[in-house]
Ligand binder design. Structure first.
Ligand code: SAH
Length: 217
C-alpha cells in the first residue's frame, strides 16, 4: 500500500481541521498523522479518505467521521501500555490509531466478513492487534480487566458484561441510546461505583446481538 506525499499533505490538513474543531490531545492528533486512513477505506473512496465524512465499508457498516473518532479517542485519556478493548473493529482504523498511541489493543467484530478483512489488513500492515470474531456484548472475559473499553457502535444501554470487565479507575467511552445516541464516558471509581458523563449527540451504527457467519472466504 502506498502513502504518497499528497496523502500525507491531506492528512496534515485533516489534523489541522481537527485541532481547529477542538481536539486538544496532541497524542490523538499525532496518531491521526501517523495512521493512513486511506488504507482502511475501499479503494474507490481513496480521494475521500481525508474528508470530514463517515464512509461506507463492507456489510453496510461505516467508518465514522474523523472528528467523532478523534473526540472518542480524546475522551478515553489513553496512556501508553494500557490495555484497551474495542467493540466494533469495522475497518480496523480506530484500532490502528489506538495501537499507534502505544496501547495494547484487543478488538471484537461481529460480522464475519469484516473480521476477516480486518485481520488480513492488520497482518499486511504488521499491526499486532488481536482480533476476535464474536459478540461484543460478551466482551473478552479471558483477557479482562481492561483499563479502557471503547464502543464504536451504539448500544441502547451500557452493556453490563463490559462494565464488569473494566478495571477500577478504568474508563469506558460509548455511544449510548437508540436511533441517535449520546456520547457517554463512564468511569469506574470503585467495584460498584460508576460515574457517567455525556458529551453531546452522535450517530453510530447500532450494536447488534450475536455474531454473523461467513458469506465468503
Ligand atoms: N471502529 C470502526 C468503525 C466501526 S462501525 C472503524 O474504525 O472502522 C461499527 C462496527 O461495529 C461494525 O463493523 C459492526 O459490525 C460492529 N458491531 C455491531 N455490533 C457489534 C457487536 N455486538 N459486537 C462486535 N461488533 C459489533
Amino acid at each position: 500500500m502506498k502513502d504518497s506525499l499528497l496523502d500525507q499533505g491531506q492528512r496534515r490538513r485533516l489534523v489541522e481541521r481537527l485541532r481547529e474543531k477542538g481536539i486538544r490531545d496532541e497524542r490523538v492528533l499525532q496518531a491521526f498523522m501517523e495512521v493512513p486512513r486511506h488504507y482502511f477505506v475501499p479503494g474507490f473512496l481513496h480521494a475521500h479518505a481525508y474528508g470530514e465524512d463517515a464512509l461506507p465499508i463492507a456489510c453496510g457498516q461505516t467508518i465514522s467521521q474523523p472528528f467523532t473518532v478523534a473526540m472518542q479517542m480524546q475522551l478515553l485519556e489513553l496512556q501508553p501500555k494500557q490495555k484497551i478493548l474495542e467493540i466494533g473493529t469495522g475497518s480496523g482504523f480506530q484500532a490502528a490509531l489506538l495501537k499507534s498511541m502505544g496501547a495494547y489493543v484487543y478488538t471484537i467484530e461481529r460480522q464475519a466478513d469484516l473480521y476477516h478483512e480486518a485481520e488480513q489488513r492488520f497482518q499486511q500492515l504488521k499491526l499486532p492487534i488481536p482480533i476476535r470474531h464474536g459478540d461484543g456484548y460478551a466482551g473478552w472475559p479471558e483477557l479482562a480487566p481492561f483499563d479502557r473499553i471503547l464502543l464504536t457502535c451504539g448500544a441502547a444501554e451500557p452493556p453490563q458484561k463490559l462494565l464488569a470487565q473494566l478495571k477500577t479507575g478504568g474508563i469506558m467511552v460509548a455511544p449510548i441510546g437508540t436511533g441517535e445516541q449520546t456520547m457517554t464516558r463512564i468511569v469506574r471509581n470503585a467495584e460498584n461505583d460508576f460515574q457517567s458523563e455525556t458529551f453531546g449527540s452522535c450517530r453510530f451504527v447500532p450494536m447488534l446481538e450475536k455474531e454473523t457467519g461467513f458469506n465468503k472466504k
